[in-house]
Design a protein around this ligand. Structure first.
Ligand code: PHE
Length: 452
């Protein structure tokens, strides 16, 4: 197997890391999670707060993670140790590793649903010729079952493990380059179809017209969690990727492009979903099943709907895979570098931990539906704990570390590539990571969990 260093060298291809980072950011977070959260949390106001969080907080956090990773040249745990020897900052790394194992678990549950939908598209039930099909019922029946969702979850996590086994660069690069543009094309087509349905304007209003009376602490925390989740920050993916980025690569520009691309895909997914939700008289607040119920209803209105459905779900699976691979890479890099495991053993261990948890997150829609803690199912608890607690805390400590504990000159050095790049906004960045981001994240977090 490759040593770490040779792996990092393989990543010298500039486009490789960038494509991999975009691939990590764009995934189910944009297509599945964003629309259902926006639907539950009031639409337009949520969208605006989410976008504000992405650019004011998320982007600086991503840049900070790149700095920590490229400076530290290691997995999330080691990078912190390298930059702050003998200080407990590596605990932030351990928190990130925990978050990635949990996210990978419930991510696999949802990605598994896409497999089922790709399969049933072949049966042609998503097309005008199929006659009237109750898509809500199709979804209900499938996702509350025991065996089939478990099988697809397992298939997904095993494919993830397979890709990680063959090393980061070879695994991720190939897929990300070709398939993300295709996802984009599909979403544009579905938006157009949705927008041409009678009654769809209400959906546009819902998505873009902000009703701020719907905002409270919980909604703010969801928007923050979603910004972190969607950008893959707060848990070490971007630190791990940062360690692979070439020394003369432009970090601020990369962070900016990734944030723009990611937000664009989420907004586009919203455009594909909400006009149709309203045109079909569906409920925007129906939760995690939203896209799986709405999209089939759109396919049904399209000539060749079954083909679109199949193509879309296949591309969605690949987009999910480029994200799940980056999730698994976090614990794998840690196990390898800290415990001297081979890539194979490390991958097996990470997959086993997440896979075990994924059995529970998957069954929590069906047989384990009634197992609840704080009135939430196992799935909801895993998602809430990882996305709304661990990721915001991780992001908080990342900016706190760079803003207050690490030598700001070294940060400047890293961001400007030893002074060869002019980064005019550097003072703004410093102001954000010192004051704005730590305070805002802390406030939203404390308010969201009801501590203030
Ligand atoms: N950002 C990914 C998505 O939107 C999910 C993810 C979260 C990936 C955290 C890596 C780390 O689907």
């Amino acid at each position: 197997m490759n040593t770490n260093q040779t792996n990092r060298d393989c990543f010298s291809c500039k486009f490789g890391v960038f494509a991999a980072a975009v691939g990590s950011a764009v995934g189910l977070g944009n297509i599945w999670r964003f629309p259902y959260l926006a639907g539950e949390n009031g639409g337009g106001a949520f969208l605006i707060i989410y976008i504000a969080f992405v650019f004011i907080l998320g982007l600086p956090v991503m840049l900070s993670e790149f700095v920590i990773g490229r400076r530290g040249q290691g997995n999330v745990f080691r990078s912190f140790k390298q930059l702050a020897p003998k200080k407990p900052w590596y605990l932030v790394g351990l928190m990130g590793i925990t978050a990635s194992l949990i996210i990978l678990a419930f991510y696999s549950t949802i990605a598994g649903w896409a497999f089922e939908y790709a399969m049933i598209s072949v049966k042609n039930i998503f097309s005008p010729s199929a006659g009237v099909v109750d898509h809500a019922q199709v979804f209900e029946q499938f996702h509350t079952a025991t065996v089939v969702p478990l099988v697809w979850m397992t298939v997904f996590i095993l494919i993830t493990a397979f890709v990680v086994l063959f090393g980061v660069q070879k695994g991720i690069e190939k897929y990300a380059k070709i398939l993300l543009p295709l996802l984009f094309v599909f979403l544009v087509i579905f938006s157009i179809r949705g927008l041409t349905l009678p009654g769809s304007v209400e959906g546009l209003k819902f998505l873009f017209y902000p009703d701020f009376s719907k905002i409270n602490g919980g909604v703010m925390l969801s928007a923050l969690g979603q910004a972190a989740f969607s950008l893959s920050i707060g848990m070490g993916t971007m630190i791990t990727f940062g360690s692979y980025i070439k020394k003369d690569d432009n970090l601020p520009r990369s962070a900016f492009s990734i944030s723009i691309a990611d937000t664009f895909v989420a907004a586009l997914a919203g455009m594909a979903i909400f006009p149709a939700v309203f045109a079909f008289g569906m409920e925007p607040t129906q939760g995690p099943g939203l896209v799986y119920v709405v999209l089939p209803a759109i396919f049904e209105q399209m000539t060749g709907g079954a083909y679109f459905a199949f193509g879309f779900f296949v591309v969605l699976i690949i987009a999910a895979l480029t994200s799940s691979v980056s999730l698994l890479e976090v614990p794998v890099a840690y196990f390898r570098e800290e415990f001297r495991m081979t890539r194979r053993t490390a991958t097996l261990l990470g997959t086993a931990i997440s896979g075990a948890l994924a059995i529970f997150t998957t069954l929590s829609f069906g047989p384990l539906k009634h197992v609840k803690l704080f009135e939430k199912t196992i799935f909801d608890n895993s998602d809430f704990f990882a996305s709304n607690i661990l990721l915001p805390l991780g992001a908080f400590f990342v900016v706190l570390f760079l803003g207050w504990f690490y030598d700001i000159k070294q940060t400047k050095d890293e961001i400007t590539n030893q002074g060869t790049l002019t980064v005019r906004l550097f003072p703004v960045f410093v102001f954000i990571i010192r004051f704005v981001a730590p305070l805002a994240i802390l406030l939203v977090f404390l308010k969201g969990v009801g501590l203030i």
